[in-house]
Write a protein that binds this ligand. Sequence first.
Ligand code: M6R
Length: 608
Amino acid sequence: MCGIIGAVAQRNVEAILVAGLKRLEYRGYDSAGLALIDAQEEIVRARVEGKVDLLAAQLKQHPLHGHTGIAHTRWATHGAPSEKNAHPHMSGSDFALVHNGIIENYSELREELIKLGYVFNSQTDTEVIVHLLAEQYKGSKDLLTAVKQTIERLHGAFALAILYRPEPQHIIAVRKGSPLVIGLGIEENFLASDQLALLPVTQEFIYLEEGDIADLHADKVLIYDAHGKSVERKIQHSDLQHQSVERGAYRHFMLKEIFEQPIAISNTLEGRIINSQVPDEIFGVHASKTFEKIKQVQIVACGTSYHAGLVARYWLESMARIPCRVEVASEIRYRNPVVQAGTLFVTLSQSGETADTLAALREAKKTGYAATLAICNVPQSSLVRESDLVLLTRAGPEIGVASTKAFTTQLVALLLLTIVLGRRHGLTNEKVLLSELQQLPRLLEETLTLAKPIEKLAEQFVLKNNSLFLGRGAQYPIALEGALKLKEISYIHAEAYPAGELKHGPLALIDEDMPVIAIAPNDDLLEKLKSNLQEVRARGGKLFVFADAIVAIEKHPDIQIITVPSVSAVIASIVYTIPMQLLAYYVAYLKGTDIDKPRNLAKSVTVE
Ligand code: M6R
């Protein structure tokens, strides 16, 4: 999704802005641009359709200089990807603005501004904001007042960074629904959609709150809250090193992140198991009191995080005996569900900024849930800040658009939740589960040795257009996740089914061109799954079965078996995720797609 960066310094900030845009690339985008106020006190601008490297090349040919500037990567919502639609947008020669988010009432504002004589050069909703700002300024002759008046008229969620030519000493930034962080330097200050963009220049951050307006100068940052009151916001130190968001020896961030899973899971578990028990307090100081009154769980998330929720439903119901519902955030937020007393509302999110999940949480807080819990990877995210209880997944920065280590660490966190809730409802095997969890990093290391054989296997998928993933029980969500990974980065159509459903329709699709991937750990449903695989075989389907060594699968030229380390049924969902990720990665690699930034997708979906 769109990325914003801004800088006010005593030095030329062009290179800082371009480097920041590079670090925001992972969010997904289709065009990029930047504007600076130069020594002649003019706003100078460069924009391109396409990659930041293209912008950098253009700036190499025609460098821009300035101590104050803003820059942007655009992920198209209103108007196609093009140079004209790329940010920054300008009103006359005085105002330049970059924007992340959506302005819902942009068409009525656009008509109003056209009547006032403003000429639009793009199809974006953003251009409305900059002209409206110019119009408001005519009345107040004060930039901050004009910004406040402008945002009062905007409906939607947004983050803004604004340059005003006659006042080159500062940038105004607004956070309303879309994330924005201030980075504090020495005699220079910065802003960005994400702290990762600023790590090379600072490790001191201020996370703006909803409705905040910041006035950034090189030597000071003034912040006003949603009511216009001057406020101090806490400065937070980040221990993240900028190298931690570099690819190192790996070809892609996705591959690096797949291989980081053993260590990521060790980090998720660290300090969360004490004396062979999971203390309630890992979810927050008041967690015990809250958990006492929990009778059911509602999980809400999007995409891969939603799949983690689906796995947790199996765990919470079968082991903890707690009723659990799971729903995608974009649906529940508009559905007005019946909320039963004693329901814990759990959100799952890597970024903690996914617009639908955040909106669902905000709705939930008005509708009688017993408490809200966020399981999230980003400590400073809106989701974390707005939830009663929190469990951080500690996966470390995830840059590849395809979520990998965020998913498996979410599963670990959800198993911890199953344990703490379950012991109040008769779960007795806490110690066994914990010992299995503690073995996970080693088991995942072992599973990762499948990379080579899976790379070879991937050759058989490159020319396929469709694929089918099958699983049963808690492996069905893993089939869904495998299918999502494959379609997302290789662009091969992939569907997932609970294997028992095959005969109710999808069997009609089976032929030699439809690879069928089956997840077959040694669990209670194995024999049932084997019968389902026979149904595929009998219709000439080509099977790729990921199975435990002790699972006897019929030998046949059309059945390829990939042996996965022996694991218990519970942690199988986590272990079998790894080969699904590797398969998607290697198919996409052989197809030559843009693995870390697949087409049309964004890492952090901060618009509805
Ligand atoms: O940051 P979140 O976990 O809230 O993101 C939710 C989805 O957008 C995300 O999981 C998406 O489905 C991934 N690209 C899948 O790989």
